[in-house]
Design a protein around this ligand. Structure first.
Ligand code: UD1
Ligand code: UDP
Length: 386
């Protein structure tokens, strides 16, 4: 059976990498090809390097400050040739990015079956998250196989009249990736030492975290937060950093210029050396040091999708700067709280978590509604039996 995996951004790569490796381990049954679109460049390459995946095709489409028309049209056109050349039995796509939807459409035009990994997540608000919610719904219409991470995602698909025998609950492959990385750190003392050194090189000394000094880890990149949302997020971080000098605020910045501009302006990064204080804006981290830092953190402040799945497994409260989430499982479990981008709401929620031991303890219960690290094994089994 010939399989073609198509992915292009950091989170897709993190969640597809363990699956690619699992299929490659079963090479007697499967020929596994990888096509990266290069929707992300540096942030994708970081992941490929870590998991030692060498793509068979690289469309290399990224442009600075690309828009949705650029990404979608370039991928669609470039994939025509790859599909003509490879003629796969199945095209595997992941989640909700422009890459996944364009790749699903490209496969459909050649009448090739699409397998949707991380299927069935929904907010039913097409502008939140934007454009991800619609990307998921379109990919879900096209896909022949729906690999749902949880019971809830399966139920969403059933409500859309997807046939039950085409939906498989496996857990999310992100937990497989997370466990893979944690094992790698634990297995070898030098890996930990190297990671601490890497973080130092990136501009953050992990040695600062101790019993009295806490770390708040921050990420943000959602399109619907661009503009006023990001300004409000930055102002909240500024006030929190002044209010809690004993807390470090570390923000590995996404490479999107729309994310970096308000940060640069509000914190005047060109004039100030904030590393002398307690706010650290650093370059996007490789997945391994990022997980290491997440594990050392007190709480995570983010608008990311994947981090909402990873941090609860590590027992870290997650304050989500979004109005909706397609991942309500951890909200229901009590480890994730939605605050939107209102400055005062962000400040109040983070302050409560810093000051109230009881509230913190309640949220910091390790919960993992997203899987047991065996999702990839289960997915391979599904295709062995189909
Ligand atoms: C994309 C996905 C989003 C996902 C996010 C994960 C879409 C529409 N958006 O958003 O769903 O949550 O990735 O991070 O598919 N850039 C670089 N180097 C990189 C990556 C990005 O320079 O390695 C810069 C480029 O200027 C690029 C810009 O960031 O044009 C935006 O990248 P893009 O993929 O369009 O949007 P993201 O916000 O990353
Ligand atoms: N991540 C990383 N380095 C960073 C920030 C995040 O490796 O500096 C990882 C994080 O652990 C998670 C993924 O990137 O697995 C999430 O990516 P992102 O937030 O960009 O996208 P989303 O999940 O929101 O689509």
């Amino acid at each position: 059976m010939k399989l073609l995996f198509v992915f292009g951004t950091r989170p897709e790569a993190i969640k597809m990498a363990p699956l690619v490796l699992e299929f490659k381990n079963n090479s007697a049954e499967f020929e596994t090809l990888v096509c990266v679109t290069g929707q992300h460049r540096e942030m994708l390459d970081q992941v490929l390097q870590l998991f030692e995946i060498k793509p068979d095709f690289d469309l290399d489409i990224m442009q600075t400050n690309q828009d949705l028309y650029d990404i979608t049209s370039r991928i669609l056109l470039e994939l025509r040739g790859v599909l003509n050349e490879t003629k796969p039995d199945f095209v595997f796509v992941h989640g909700d990015t422009a890459t996944s939807t364009a790749a699903a459409l490209a496969a459909f035009y050649k009448q090739i079956s699409v397998v949707h990994i991380e299927a069935g997540l929904r907010t039913y608000n097409i502008y939140s998250p934007y454009p991800e919610e619609m990307n998921r719904q379109i990919t879900g219409r096209i896909a022949s196989y729906h690999i749902a991470p949880t019971q809830l995602s399966k139920e969403n698909l059933l409500k859309e009249n997807i046939s039950e025998d085409k939906i498989f609950i496996t857990g999310n492959t992100v937990i497989d990736a997370l466990q893979w990385v944690i094992k790698k750190i634990e297995k070898n003392k030098t890996t930990e030492a190297n990671t601490i050194q890497t973080l130092n090189d990136f501009g953050y000394d992990v040695g600062r975290i101790n019993r009295d000094r806490k770390l708040v880890l921050i990420t943000g990149h959602r399109r619907e937060n661009f503009g006023s949302g990001f300004i409000s997020i930055c102002e909240a971080i500024k006030e929190l950093a002044d209010k809690y000098p004993q807390v470090d605020f570390v923000y590995p910045m996404h490479l999107n210029p729309n994310v970096r501009k308000p940060i640069n302006e509000i914190f005047e990064l060109d004039k100030n050396n904030l590393s002398n204080k307690n706010v650290f804006f650093i370059e996007p981290l490789d997945y391994l040091p990022f997980v290491y830092l997440m594990n050392k953190s007190y709480l995570v402040l983010t608008d990311s999708g994947g981090i909402q799945e990873e941090a609860p497994g590590l027992g870290k409260p997650v304050v989500v700067m979004r109005d909706t989430t397609e991942r309500p499982e951890a909200v229901d479990a009590g480890t994730v709280v939605l605050v939107g981008t209102d400055k005062q709401k962000i400040i109040n929620t983070v302050s409560n978590l810093i000051e109230s031991k009881n509230l913190y303890k309640k949220m910091a219960q390790a919960q993992n509604p997203y899987g047991d690290g065996k999702a990839c094994e289960r997915i391979v089994e599904i295709f062995k039996n189909n």
